[in-house]
Design a protein around this ligand. Structure first.
Ligand SMILES: C[S@@+](CC[C@H](N)C(=O)[O-])C[C@H]1O[C@@H](n2cnc3c(N)ncnc32)[C@H](O)[C@@H]1O
Length: 253
């Protein structure tokens, strides 16, 4: 693992994911969790405080040791309100659990970070008990109300990092609708997610894109730095509204 992956990315994930305004959206997904819960790509543990007290056990799967230690800290802060959290340093493509041992699998903003998402979905199905529930929550590309800012962001999303997104990124752009879904669908509404972010928060978020990280690794150059001066000049406000189309897919086996 590179220095950037090990030391820089975890802090960017934590910064971009900690926004209070995202909490109602997190609660919407996490409130339905029950029994023994597996959270895939738990990151810095931003969902932990949203778990209902009725959940019996939370297993946090995460490949980054640094993020696990941040999530341990988040778990300790909610220890009086939520079930015990057990962490697994592992990848979703090979979940180190026995088949049929989990009641709920949840995943927020993570499928797009997993290199082999279809294999990961098969693994999640494998570990779910009969009748178990799967809930995945993602957002597609974001935009602001300012066309100039959107154009600069699109330069990063399409022109610069476009070739560094895996082909499965198309699933995210399509709001997971085209995803081969190995579960019986439970209808879930689509909605917009809105955050009020300052420029630092927005730049940190752009740096968490897996394609930004791949670009950096391949070229030794931070792609966000290439658009940062224009973005800073165009931002012209302390905070701006950033919107994402937001998608929730829920299923049962
Ligand atoms: C955008 S962050 C979201 C973190 C967290 N779910 C949240 O909502 O705050 C994506 C997460 O996916 C994790 N991830 C990356 N590759 C993964 C894999 N192969 N299996 C499981 N998680 C992975 C990253 O380490 C990171 O924690």
């Amino acid at each position: 693992m590179s220095f950037y992956q090990e030391h820089v990315v975890p802090h960017l994930v934590k910064l971009a994911m900690r926004n209070r305004e995202l909490e109602p959206y997190r609660e919407r997904v996490i409130a339905g969790a029950e029994g023994r819960v597996l959270e895939i790509g738990i990151g810095a543990g931003a969902n932990l405080k949203c778990y209902p007290a009725s959940v019996k056990e939370i297993i946090g799967l995460e490949p980054s040791a640094r993020l696990i230690s941040m999530a341990r800290h988040a778990a300790a802060q909610s220890a009086d309100r939520i079930a015990a959290v057990n962490f697994m340093e592992a990848s979703a493509e090979a979940i180190p659990l026995e088949p049929g041992t989990v009641d709920t699998v949840v995943m927020t903003w993570t499928l797009c970070s997993i290199p082999a998402p279809l294999q990961a979905l098969r693994e999640m199905r494998r570990v779910l008990k009969p009748g178990g529930v799967f809930a995945a929550w993602t957002y597609a590309d974001c935009h602001t109300s300012d066309a100039a800012i959107n154009a600069i962001k699109n330069r990063l999303y399409i022109d610069l990092t476009g070739p560094y997104w895996p082909p499965e990124r198309a699933f995210v752009d399509a709001g997971y609708r085209t995803l081969p879904f190995p579960f019986v669908e439970i209808a879930a509404p689509e909605f917009a997610m809105i955050a009020q972010w300052d420029i630092e928060h927005f730049l940190a978020y752009l740096r968490t894109w897996s394609a930004s990280q791949r670009y950096l690794k391949a070229k030794g150059e931070d792609p966000v730095a290439l658009i940062e001066p224009q973005l800073r000049a165009a931002w012209r406000a302390r905070v701006r509204e950033v919107r994402w189309r937001f998608h929730l897919r829920v299923g049962r086996i």
